[in-house]
Design a binder for this molecule. Structure first.
Ligand code: ZN
Length: 359
């Protein structure tokens, strides 16, 4: 007990020390207990390229941040295998230190600013969940990794975990909504794609929770819904009917444009492919989207998931192009099922699949 109290006192004194020193990330002086840390490689939560070997000051994480991290990990069911520290970094970073040990570093002032701007504590949780995702998925932060794809994977995971923890879609998206750049950068996708990825993760977790609740109650899974976000901090069966029902994956699906009312129409949308034999059992093939022009005009990007032997195997096409719509061309010898995620301009995600055919 005495030890606990001592720990608490230590934490409180760190907080008050940190609280009175305004910190500008670039010119931060070492704070009490600060240590010099070499960051070998890392990626930032938003803005700026990946970090290469550089040195920062790091100091103990706040009790608050540690508690959030433990809560996130509770929902993943795995033990923490990384360290977390406050540091004079720009925002938040996941990466490895000079000894190749995985770390999350975050800037306290940035975190507090985002929580204020987003007007919800969930912003802190979602930023840390995003960084944890990079570590759990073993992203290595090297130049050869497709940066945008990995950022969206981390965003999707944060949406998933925040739904499990009881956040509404808006709460899960609050940090990216407040902080991400509209147009994105070389390292980070545009804000709308990041918001869509978070929503997709949230929807997937929501569907699983509702199926679970239905299985436990012996009733079919409740369908949506009022669009009213839940406010409780943890999912309960009684809340489940308040969440929008996500669309299951199907080979073909309709896009129903939303308002204006007079414009409500349903389009059929599917994926197809062309293939050309180029000798010795090798084929050049193009997978594409098939839909009326009016529907294609509503699509922002199409993300294709290829066989894992392709590098990268998740590729986003955000250009309609002049040939087959949102076409992606590759060369190979085998057929396989291509995952196709269609992201609309109003940030809905439609999942399709297509079996490649060579003939
Ligand atoms: Zn990231």
């Amino acid at each position: 007990m005495r030890k606990k109290l001592a720990l608490l006192a230590l934490s409180l004194s760190l907080i008050s020390l940190n609280g009175i020193t305004p910190v500008s990330p670039a010119a931060a002086a070492p704070r009490g207990g600060a240590r010099r840390v070499t960051i070998l490689r890392s990626c930032r939560y938003s803005g700026g390229p990946r970090r290469r070997r550089s040195t920062v000051y790091a100091y103990a994480a706040t009790v608050e941040a540690k508690a959030v991290i433990e809560k996130i990990l509770e929902h993943t069911g795995i033990a923490r295998n990384f360290e977390v520290e406050a540091a004079d970094v720009d925002n938040a970073e996941a990466g490895v230190d000079g000894n190749n040990r995985p770390y999350i570093w975050y800037n306290r002032d940035f975190m507090d600013r985002i929580v204020r701007a987003a007007r919800t504590d969930w912003a802190r949780t979602s930023i840390l969940a995003h960084e944890i995702a990079h570590l759990l998925m073993n992203h290595t932060f090297t130049e050869t990794e497709p940066s945008h794809t990995l950022e969206l994977q981390a965003d999707r995971y944060s949406g998933h975990i925040l739904r499990m923890m009881g956040a509404s879609p808006a709460e899960a998206q609050a940090a990216v909504a407040a902080d991400a750049s509209k147009d994105g950068s070389d390292s980070h996708p545009p804000k709308q794609l990041r918001l869509a990825a978070i929503r997709e993760g949230w929807d997937a977790a929501d569907a699983k929770l509702r199926n679970l609740v239905a299985a436990m109650s012996g009733r079919p899974a409740p369908r949506q819904t009022t669009g009213q976000p839940p406010t409780a901090q943890s999912p309960r069966p009684s809340e489940e009917t308040h969440h929008p029902a996500p669309q299951p994956s199907r080979p073909e699906q309709g896009i129903r444009p939303v308002a204006p009312q007079s414009d409500r129409r349903t389009f059929r949308i599917s994926a197809g492919n062309t293939a050309r034999h180029v000798g010795q059992n090798w084929w050049v093939w193009t997978v594409f989207l098939s839909a009326p022009e009016e529907a294609l005009a509503r699509i922002r990007c199409v993300e294709y998931t290829l066989h894992p032997t392709f590098r990268p195997n998740v590729v986003s096409v955000c250009d309609r192009g002049t040939g087959p719509a949102f076409g992606l061309t590759r060369k190979g010898w085998g057929t396989f099922g291509v995952g196709v995620r269609v992201i609309t301009k109003d940030n809905r995600v439609i999942s399709l699949s297509h079996d490649l055919r060579f003939k």
